[in-house]
Design a protein around this ligand. Structure first.
Ligand code: AMP
Ligand code: MG
Length: 311
């Protein structure tokens, strides 16, 4: 069944969209860049559903959309520089990657297990209304299947993913969209992670010179780490733990008492649990054996992250 398309200017449509999001569903919403596929950033099952709907073969960290700076500062550690950048450019096409607060409301899966959180306040009035009605952060990558062109009209969304989502808010064509510029801010230092809709010169007028992200840099000072990297040694496709290893199971066959990504073998549940399970075992042990996870559907993204975490 194709998702209904409702007029984003209608308050009843916004209320319906917020209700779907609270229930863990997926809503396409207009932003000033492109149409985004919104899900509750705090709900790992909803975020797993989003990755499944997009058919993404990897869990890239997602941008959490918020109403403004005060809300952003509840999830990320915002320095004076982060506050000045938000004051200058929000709402608008600037994403700030900040160290995540311990009580960050953007779930591990949405952050791909990283210690940082990407935050942006979108300028489109429909996105702002939806954020207000929902009352929390929404992740929203472009509302198109992986590897296809980003949608700038509601009709594009219907064509590409109408069957895979719950509701489409039509806010007319987007201002032809470049993606947001992504800047990591730690203390008074800032690094350009991705060029986008806001120019380097405009940002540097506020921040001073931006450092460039070095490709493949894994993260002293931690800011630029591109994937989750545990301290523990990871052994993959392990049918059972060896001496000294903690076991992370998948499916019904796992040993009793072992942590299990999904006792029923449900890949969406496994995706939702992946990073929190790894973090927990990493804090308890130096060696983790992980059960085989099938390569189908979300399993491809789970295995991709497991291989990176092991590598
Ligand atoms: P998209 O939502 O498709 O516009 O892409 C999100 C962009 O933000 C990608 O380039 C991500 O790599 C980047 N991003 C999101 N979260 C983080 C993070 N915690 N650290 C670094 N980059 C991030
Ligand atoms: Mg895209």
């Amino acid at each position: 069944m194709t998702a209904p398309v409702l007029n984003a200017a209608d308050p009843a449509a916004i209320a319906r969209a917020a209700e779907i999001l609270r229930g863990g569903g997926l809503v396409a919403m207009p932003t000033e860049t492109v149409y985004g596929l919104a899900a509750d950033a705090a709900n790992p099952r909803a975020v797993a559903g989003l990755y499944a709907a997009k058919g993404r073969p990897r869990f890239n960290p997602l941008i959490a959309h918020v109403g403004g700076f005060d809300e952003a500062a509840r999830h990320g550690q915002a320095s004076g520089l982060a506050e000045r950048l938000a004051a200058a450019f929000w709402p608008g096409p600037l994403t700030l990657v900040l160290p995540a607060r311990p009580d960050c409301g953007v779930c591990d899966l949405a952050r791909a297990g990283l210690d940082t959180v990407a935050l942006r306040a979108p300028a489109h009035p429909a996105a702002q209304s939806l954020l207000t009605a929902f009352g929390g952060p929404l992740v929203a990558p472009s509302a198109n299947p992986s590897e296809t062109i980003s949608p700038t009209t509601a009709a594009h969304v219907v064509e590409g993913m109408g069957e895979a989502i719950d509701l489409i808010l039509d806010g007319g064509p987007c201002r032809v969209g470049v993606e947001s510029t992504v800047v990591a801010v730690r203390g008074e230092g800032a690094t350009l992670l991705r060029p986008g809709g806001l120019s380097r010169a405009e940002i540097e007028a506020v921040s001073g010179p931006l450092a460039d992200a070095k490709p493949g840099e894994t993260g002293s000072p931690g800011m630029l780490r591109r994937h989750y990297a545990p301290n523990a040694r990871l052994r993959l496709n392990a049918s059972a733990p060896e001496a000294g290893e903690a076991y992370l199971g998948f499916g019904p066959g796992a040993p009793d008492g072992a942590l299990n990504l999904s006792p029923e073998g449900d890949l969406a549940e496994a995706a939702a649990n992946l990073f929190s399970c790894l973090r927990r075992l990493d804090s308890e042990t130096g060696a983790i054996a992980v059960a085989p996870v099938p390569e189908a559907g979300l399993g491809e993204a789970i295995n991709d992250r497991l291989r990176r975490a092991a590598g």
